[in-house]
Design a protein around this ligand. Structure first.
Ligand SMILES: [Zn+2]
Length: 190
């Protein structure tokens, strides 16, 4: 029966190896997600920049991604369209639904330059978006003078009555910070 400890030893070795591989895979996935989130948030930041440069609206951009591909991207067009509801998130959701030919985006992720206002968050809720990644906090928009930027606390998960199933992640992103800081004197408040 000398082979019993040998088999046991091999089994233990294989198990340890499997465990190490699994942990490594998990770490790689986590890093990939960080990198992907960061990259798409950069696109949202660039959209926000376009809104300011073209004087179309506030420094707000949104990107909707499905399976690693951009389905729709938009920036705030409140000034351009004279429509107070033309927020980046709303426009991106409308475009994404049109492009995918459906009314729910449960297989997508939305990236926003700024923490969304309650109207935009409600649109995400209605579109069944399961995940939101944003850069600047609502306070950054409020500091610029956008009074609509006070957030329904449902978004931060602190509300009593209205809970959301949407996973929310905030990333401190230099491009987003730049859009808000650099353009603070150029922004036209509406
Ligand atoms: Zn909004």
């Amino acid at each position: 029966m000398a082979w019993v400890p040998l088999v046991g030893g091999i089994a233990a070795l294989l198990l340890t190896r499997e465990l190490v591989l699994r942990i490594r895979r998990k770490l790689i996935d986590a890093n990939d997600e960080d990198e992907v989130d960061y990259r798409f948030l950069s696109v949202a930041a660039r959209e926000a920049e376009v809104a300011i440069r073209n004087k179309e609206g506030g420094p707000f951009g949104a990107v909707i991604v499905k399976d690693g591909e951009i389905i729709a991207q938009a920036h705030n067009e409140v000034l351009k369209t004279k429509d107070p509801t033309a927020h980046a998130e709303i426009l991106a959701i409308q475009k994404a639904c049109k492009n995918l030919g459906k009314i729910e985006l449960s297989d997508c992720v939305i990236y926003c330059s700024c923490e969304p206002c309650p109207m935009s968050f409600a649109a995400m809720y209605l579109a069944r978006l399961p995940r939101l990644v944003y850069g600047a906090q609502a306070e950054a928009a409020h500091d610029l003078g956008f009074d609509s930027s006070h957030i329904a606390d449902a978004i931060r998960g602190t509300s009593t009555f209205q809970k959301s199933n949407c996973t929310v992640r905030r990333i401190v992103h230099p491009e987003v910070a730049k859009v808000f800081w650099k353009n603070r004197t150029k922004v036209q408040i509406y």
